[in-house]
Design a protein around this ligand. Structure first.
Ligand SMILES: [Mg+2]
Length: 119
């Protein structure tokens, strides 16, 4: 839960680092316990394939077709799972990386705001 007494981004930075680490470790344990080992290249291709499936249903919406909300959730889940597996296969610390990125985004946003510009 985000502590509203802190600036939102600071709380988010801490939560993201901690929560994503747990989630990533959980996926790593599950993958190692139940599936064959695959290289990061496999998961990179899988990630991009799943992102493509998500993009494809957005394209269908763009063209006027109705897509059930659950289908977006399902494709987003596929993307997240593939991303977790990719990060684990590659030995990446996603929680720290996202946390670091949020700090950079906030620094840039804050600087732009001082100049009355939007990020
Ligand atoms: Mg899919």
């Amino acid at each position: 839960m985000i502590d509203k007494t802190e600036p939102t981004y600071r709380a988010l930075v801490e939560i993201v680092a901690e929560a994503l680490e747990k989630v990533q470790l959980g996926f790593d344990d599950y993958q190692k316990e139940c599936f064959i080992s695959r290289p990061s290249e496999f998961f990179c291709l899988e990630l991009n394939g799943e992102a493509g499936e998500l993009a494809n249903i957005e394209k269908k919406v763009w063209k006027g077709k109705e897509i059930p909300h659950e289908q977006f959730e399902s494709e987003c889940a596929d993307v997240l799972i593939a991303l977790m597996n990719y990060c684990n296969a590659k030995g990446l610390n996603l929680g720290q990386a996202v946390s670091d990125k949020l700090k950079l985004i906030e620094e840039k946003r804050s600087t732009l705001k001082q100049n009355n510009e939007e990020y």
